[in-house]
Ligand binder design. Structure first.
Ligand code: MRU
Length: 339
């Protein structure tokens, strides 16, 4: 086993520059590390819509900086708040961050106050990820193999990552010997982004086709599936990247444990069950072409929901910075998050 370098969690994809926001363009990775300079809230909104910045926590953090920047520019904040809120529908971190900024605005905060609030949102996310890393890793037996889906690392957060944070902590603690990452079609967050982070950190990782997951589980090579979340309902049902639900079904069938890792900013106690979560439908071209190259016959149609919902009963543990909920249900969620 190679000795991963725990200090190599160096990626920070969302960087405030004092008067504008710098974003690492995640559409171009790993081939190119290009930064986008967002100089107003509209450019931040577009970057969220186009997935130049993506991942629930990172979307919320970027939006908070969009509001702070708009305040510095003395523009009317109400249209800014509603435009950012409409950028993408499923990840509740976006609405959570905007509600927090709105509350500060209502309490009379000026532009420097809103900059401090956005910074606090970013700093708290990093601290939460480190805490969840410890909590989640402690559930994993030594020398385990794990499978993850999508990208939940430093690129998708303020740093360190949620599910990928548990994986970083698990590898550093000798609990995880091998990581498998699903490519996560059609946008390939696993193949392009997760593998990029893991290889940079020297973490032993193998890419698999999404359709190879059940076969991998049957082989006994993995003991846990570890994923992130975009919205966790009051009963524990969890929305995450499309393909997560079928991983949970296969895990249950093969006796593989299923862990969801997400900060409390992803918990939406106002949404009763997974049935109430809006699932984003994106353009069919994302499915009909790869890297901008059309790969399917002209005239073909496609259906491209980019998230799905895993029912609570298929989840063994929800790990948040406030603690772990084993076998989540409404009562357990209420106990930890109240409402
Ligand atoms: O469409 P994306 O790339 O924004 O989807 C991201 C995911 O589904 C992640 O698993 C989730 O946002 C958690 S990121 C820490």
């Amino acid at each position: 086993m190679t000795t991963p370098n725990p200090n190599l969690d160096s990626i920070r994809a969302v960087q405030w520059q004092g008067d504008h926001l710098r974003l690492l363009d995640q559409r171009l990775l790993p081939a190119e590390e290009r930064w986008i300079e967002c100089r107003d809230a509209q450019q931040v909104t577009q970057a969220i819509r186009d997935l130049a910045v993506r991942g629930a926590p990172a979307i919320g953090i970027a939006a908070a900086w969009g509001v702070a920047m708009a305040a510095q520019q003395k523009v009317d904040l109400d249209p800014v708040l509603s435009t950012l809120r409409a950028a993408r529908p499923t990840a509740v971190n976006l609405m959570w961050a905007l509600d927090r900024m709105k509350k500060r605005i209502a309490s009379g905060a000026d532009a420097p106050g809103l900059v401090r609030e956005a910074q606090a949102i970013q700093d708290e996310d990093l601290a939460a990820n480190r805490r969840m890393g410890e909590l989640g890793a402690s559930l994993i037996a030594a020398h385990s193999g794990v499978l993850t889906h999508c990208n939940t690392g430093s690129l998708a957060t303020a740093g360190y990552g949620t599910a990928l944070g548990v994986i970083r902590a698990g590898v550093a603690g000798g609990r995880i010997d091998q990581v498998y990452a699903g490519e996560t079609r059609p946008w390939q967050q696993g193949a392009r982004l997760t593998m990029w982070e893991l290889v940079r950190d020297g973490i032993p990782a193998k890419l698999i086709a999404d359709s190879a997951a059940s076969h991998l589980m049957k082989s006994g090579a993995v003991q846990w599936v570890i994923v992130g979340a975009d919205r966790i309902a009051a009963n524990g049902d969890t929305a995450n990247k499309i393909g997560t639900y079928q991983l949970a079904i296969a895990a249950k069938y093969h006796g593989v444990k299923f862990m969801v890792v997400a900060p409390s900013s992803t918990v939406d106690m106002a949404t009763g069950t997974g049935e109430d979560i809006e699932i984003e439908l994106r353009d069919a071209t994302e499915l009909l072409s790869t890297a901008g190259q059309r790969t399917v016959v002209d005239g073909a149609q496609a259906w491209n929901p980019v998230f799905d919902v895993t029912p609570a009963e298929l989840i063994d543990a929800i790990v948040t910075e406030r603690g772990v909920i084993e076998r989540p249900n409404s009562i357990a969620m209420q106990a930890m998050f109240g409402w």
